[in-house]
Design a protein around this ligand. Structure first.
Ligand SMILES: [Zn+2]
Length: 211
């Protein structure tokens, strides 16, 4: 059977294999079968900065009847407006555009138990999945996950689907690697997380191809 990734074994229950996937539900060690799901995101302040930047860019493009240009130095990108019909051959002035917030280049999804408060990482694209496990590069830069957005208003049951080769032997044959059982379990190629509400409504909350 396709293995449950190592970091989820403490929480995984009712694991079943179907069509190249292993599917299981999450259960907190305290017994709770429902969770809040959270995902890293820009903070509200960073989102406001992003909106300000978009507006400033739009104003800039609208205010350049003679065209514009960019330059780049240690401080980053600079925006210049041409001031006459001479365009690039004439005078130009710099227009300040606020810098963009650093958009996270990685995904961290975690579940938080509404009863005992325990929080567990369900997926971290820097640590889990084929690309992360097989990469020889250092982890993706872009800061730490500091702000998490709630993906569910209410606690829901969580179902995880993991795509992987059907056996360690098949994995090593297909990849040309010589992984151990433990490495293979974390080198899955797809993860889908679904939430099931108390009314039985199933919603896809996270979907990531990791290879
Ligand atoms: Zn709990």
């Amino acid at each position: 059977m396709i293995p449950v990734p190592n970091h989820l074994r403490r929480l995984a229950v009712d694991a079943q294999e179907r069509k190249g996937f292993v599917c299981f539900s999450l259960c907190c060690p305290c017994g709770s079968e429902t969770f809040f799901l959270e995902q890293n995101d820009l903070s509200p302040k960073e989102k406001a900065a992003e909106r300000n930047r978009s507006k400033a860019l739009l104003r800039f493009y609208e205010s350049c009847p003679y065209g514009f240009t960019y330059s780049y130095d240690d401080e980053g990108l600079h925006y210049w407006r041409f001031l006459s019909a001479l365009g690039a051959k004439g005078e130009r002035e710099e227009v300040f555009i606020p810098p963009a917030p650093l958009t996270p280049l990685f995904a961290v999804v975690r579940c938080r138990c509404p009863l005992c408060g325990e929080t567990n990482t369900v997926f971290d694209s820097r640590l889990h999945g084929y690309d992360a496990v097989t990469s020889s590069d250092p982890p993706v830069p872009g800061g730490e996950a500091t702000y998490f957005r709630l993906r569910t208003k209410h606690p829901v049951r969580l179902q995880v689907e993991i795509e992987n080769d059907p056996s360690l032997e098949a994995f090593n044959n297909n990849s040309g690697l010589a992984f151990t059982e433990q490495q293979y379990a974390d080198a899955f190629t797809w993860i889908i997380i679904r939430g099931i509400s108390s009314a039985g409504k199933k919603v896809k909350l996270f979907d990531c191809e990791t290879a």
